[in-house]
Design a protein around this ligand. Structure first.
Ligand SMILES: Nc1ncnc2c1ncn2[C@@H]1O[C@H](COP(=O)(O)OP(=O)(O)O)[C@@H](O)[C@H]1O
Ligand SMILES: [Mg+2]
Length: 234
C-alpha cells in the first residue's frame, strides 16, 4: 500500500538552524498515529517542513505516489493532507463561517461541507457570523478542526489540539476525532496528553533531537500509557 504521507531522510532548517536530522515516517490510509516527544524536539517542524515553512535541504516528502522535494504551503492540501496548526491560527478579521470556507479552497469533493460541520459542532452555527477570534479557546479549536475537515482530507495533522483546553472540551474533541477516524480519515496526532493518545491512536512515533527514535503499538492500557510517558518526560 502506498502511504498517504511519507517523509524519507528529511533534514530541515530554519535559516542555519538544523532542526530535523534525517527524519523518516509514514502514515497509511485510515491510520491513527501519535507523534510524541518533549518540547523542542521538532514535532511542529515536521508539520512546517510538509508545509514548506521550514526549509528541507535533504530527503523528500511523498504525498501518496507524488514525490515532492520543495513543498509549498498549498501542496499538502492539494494532496488531501491538511493541518490543524499549533495555536489554531484563526483569521482575525473573518467570521466563523468565513474561516470555515477557507478550508474548502482546494475544492476536493467529499462528505464535509458547512452544514455537516455545524452538525458536528453546533456552537459554530450559533456563532457563525461573529469574528472567529471572538470565540473561546475551545471553540476556536473546534473551528480549526472544522476548517480542516472542509478540505475533505484523507489525512489530518493535529498539532497539539488540546493545548490549554479544559478536560470537558478535550473529551468533546476526542469524540469528534474518533468519529472522523471511524469514517476512514487518517490522523497524525501531535500531543502531550498521553491519556488522550492511548484513547485515540493505534501506533506511536517518538521523536528526540530531530528524528524518530522509537515507535510501537498503542493500546488503551496503563502499560502503554507509561511507555508513552517515558518518551516525553523532561
Ligand atoms: N522559526 C524558527 N526559527 C528558528 N528556530 C526555530 C523556529 N521554530 C522553532 N525553532 C526551534 O526548532 C526546534 C524545534 O522546535 P519545534 O519543532 O517547534 O518543537 P516541538 O514542536 O517539538 O516543541 C526548537 O529548538 C525551536 O527553538
Ligand atoms: Mg510544537
Amino acid at each position: 500500500m502506498t502511504a498517504l504521507l511519507q517523509l524519507e531522510g528529511v533534514h530541515a532548517y530554519y535559516g542555519s538552524a538544523h532542526i530535523l536530522h534525517g527524519l523518516s515516517l509514514h502514515i497509511d490510509a485510515g491510520e491513527s498515529v501519535a507523534l510524541v516527544g518533549r518540547n523542542g524536539v521538532g514535532k511542529t517542524t515536521v508539520v512546517n517542513t510538509i508545509l514548506g515553512l521550514a526549509q528541507m535541504k535533504a530527503g523528500h516528502v511523498n504525498f501518496g505516489a507524488a514525490q515532492v522535494t520543495k513543498p509549498r504551503i498549498y501542496t499538502a492540501a492539494q494532496h488531501g493532507v491538511v493541518v490543524v496548526p499549533q495555536g489554531r491560527r484563526i483569521v482575525a478579521n473573518l467570521t466563523v463561517e468565513e474561516n470555515l470556507m477557507l478550508g474548502a479552497a482546494t475544492g476536493r469533493k467529499g462528505p464535509w461541507n458547512v452544514p455537516e460541520i455545524y452538525k458536528l459542532f453546533p456552537i459554530l452555527q450559533e456563532r457563525a457570523h461573529t469574528p472567529g477570534t471572538a470565540l473561546s479557546g475551545g471553540q476556536q479549536q473546534m473551528l480549526a478542526v472544522g476548517r480542516a475537515l472542509m478540505a475533505n482530507p484523507s489525512l489530518i495533522l493535529l498539532d497539539e489540539p488540546t493545548e490549554g483546553l479544559a478536560p470537558v472540551i478535550v473529551d468533546q474533541l476526542a469524540e469528534v476525532f474518533n468519529k472522523v477516524s471511524g469514517q476512514g480519515t487518517a490522523l497524525l496526532l501531535i500531543e502531550q496528553n498521553m491519556s488522550l493518545v492511548v484513547r485515540m491512536s493505534q501506533r506511536y512515533l517518538a521523536m528526540a533531537k530531530g528524528s524518530v527514535v522509537a515507535e510501537g503499538k498503542v493500546e488503551n492500557s496503563k502499560a502503554s500509557l507509561q511507555d508513552l510517558e517515558n518518551h516525553v518526560m523532561v
